[in-house]
Design a protein around this ligand. Structure first.
Ligand code: BGP
Length: 472
């Protein structure tokens, strides 16, 4: 018999500015690196971009009304840095701040807890041009200034904050795979940029302590727990290597203020370790989070990979099942499909037990509360007769993963809440608008691109679950 979800459990849903807002050049907003990148031919699925997205900027009241109807207890959204500072720093743009203030007030008026993400990948283009964004230590001051501006404005209203969203996934794409801006493929620059992002994260958290003493802050990490492909010691070693270089590198830096030993050693041997200046590690130690935001979608399974073997490969961005190649680091590890798990059309392993494992590993290694800041299923949804969207596969996914959350809590994990990805359908960075995640369908086909909101079956299911406070 599982214990019920706690009374204060944050039943939530999530989004990110670039993926929902649109209004890319409205009310004084400056361009972000994504505004620029998505206009380069071939960078995204069918040239999709967030110029209009689902026009949340103009439909915010309507969207919040739907959240209230659904009974959400929390809504996670991100602030667009170039909406606040069009050129990255200087004097804040009041119109940008006012938009988020209206959103926060609308949420609070309906009893929905705002969960504010400070950075969900939309770096001001001006800072990328000026000094290379995360590749320069100059970003540490600029990021802190941006964060403090938001702390000062919203400290009294927002309790839950996310510092950096998926630094690991974003920078892997940006500096190793070449699939996010600035589209570089260079492992040394990748680790250098990550080190600077850790320092910026720590400075932002330190400043948070002064400005938002009663709030909670932590990064959101894209956590794909590793499995070994077999019990062969060579696979176990590959799995250990993968855990250090794909997960603990970030988690240990955030939560323990250090890098995992074997990974650091290996990078030094390759001449690819980041430059660590005096004071850096002390800063990391001072900027530890209050909780870890967990973005969980799938587990990855690893086997050994000889020198000269498989390198990093790009993921499936088409939704054609079975097109994801193996990806790895020669000499250390590579991914293999897990024969025990079903996959989505994007080849993401569907593994609710993996979520329980993820939560337990994090809670016991770091002794911190956790919040699921993203979890969901991206699929091709069909708008049927009478405006019905029969997404029973999504309900099954969410239900099994929420059940895993409950089991993890029973195992002793302190879980603050669960933000499903996503509330409405939104832009998927590389997969365009065809990969849908929402509880609310957004109609893009109707004449004139009405962007009409339509409640999916999962909307009514989640509404009932929240009302009951337990799984149905
Ligand atoms: C995470 C991001 C989200 C969201 C989600 C789904 O990596 O933080 O912004 O996009 O994954 O990914 P995708 O849209 O690629 O399916």
């Amino acid at each position: 018999q599982l214990k019920p979800f706690p009374q204060a459990f944050l039943w939530g849903a999530a989004s990110a500015a670039y993926q929902v807002e649109g209004a890319w050049n409205v009310d004084g907003k400056g361009p972000s690196v994504w505004d620029t990148f998505t206009k380069i031919p071939g960078t995204t699925f069918e040239g999709s971009n967030g110029d209009v997205a689902v026009d949340h900027y103009h439909r915010m009241e309507e969207d919040v009304a739907l959240m209230a109807e659904m009974g959400l207890k929390a809504y996670r959204f991100s602030v667009s840095w170039p909406r606040i500072f069009p050129s990255g720093r200087g004097t804040p743009n009041e119109a940008g701040l006012a938009f988020y203030e209206r959103l926060i007030d609308a949420l609070l008026a309906r009893g929905i807890e705002p969960v504010l993400t400070l950075y969900h990948w939309d770096m001001p283009q001006a800072l990328q041009d000026e000094y290379g964004g995360w590749e320069s230590r100059r970003i540490i001051d600029d990021f802190e200034h941006y964060c403090v501006t938001l702390y000062q404005r919203f400290a009294g209203k927002v309790k839950y904050w996310v510092s950096l969203n998926e630094q690991n996934y974003n920078l892997t794409n940006a500096y190793q795979l070449g699939t996010h801006p600035p589209a570089v493929q260079d492992r040394k620059r990748f680790f250098a940029a990550n080190h600077i992002a850790f320092l910026a994260n720590a400075r932002a958290i330190k400043a948070f302590r002064q400005h938002v003493p009663h709030g909670l802050i932590g990064p959101s990490f894209a956590y794909s727990p590793a499995y070994p492909a077999s019990s062969a010691p060579s696979d176990m070693l590959a799995f250990e290597n993968a855990e250090e270089l794909t997960n603990y590198w970030w988690l240990d830096a955030y939560c323990l203020g250090r890098y995992p030993l074997a990974a650091l050693n290996w990078l030094r041997e390759q001449g690819e370790a980041p430059e660590i200046l005096p004071g850096d590690m002390a800063l990391l130690a001072e900027g530890k989070p209050d909780y870890i935001g967990v973005n969980y979608y799938y587990t990855l399974t690893f086997t050994d990979n000889p020198l000269g073997g498989q390198g990093l490969a790009r993921i499936n961005t088409t939704g054609k099942k079975g097109t994801t190649p193996s990806s790895g680091i020669p000499g250390l590890y590579k991914t293999v499909p897990n024969p025990h798990l079903e996959t989505s059309n994007w080849d993401w392993a569907i593994d609710s037990t993996g979520m329980r494992i993820a939560l337990r590993r994090l809670a016991s290694r770091y002794a911190l509360p956790l919040m699921i800041t993203e979890n969901g299923l991206g699929e091709f949804d069909q708008l049927g007769e009478g405006d019905q969207v029969h997404d029973d596969y999504r309900i099954a996914y969410l239900k099994s993963h929420l059940h895993a959350c409950q089991q993890a809590m029973q195992d002793g994990v302190e879980l603050l809440g669960y933000c499903a990805w996503s509330f409405t359908d939104i832009l998927s960075w590389l997969n365009g608008y065809q990969k849908r995640y929402g509880f609310v369908y957004v109609d893009r086909d109707e004449q004139g691109g009405s962007l009409r909101r339509i409640r999916k079956e999962s909307f009514f299911w989640y509404q009932q679950v929240i009302k009951a406070g337990h799984l149905l």
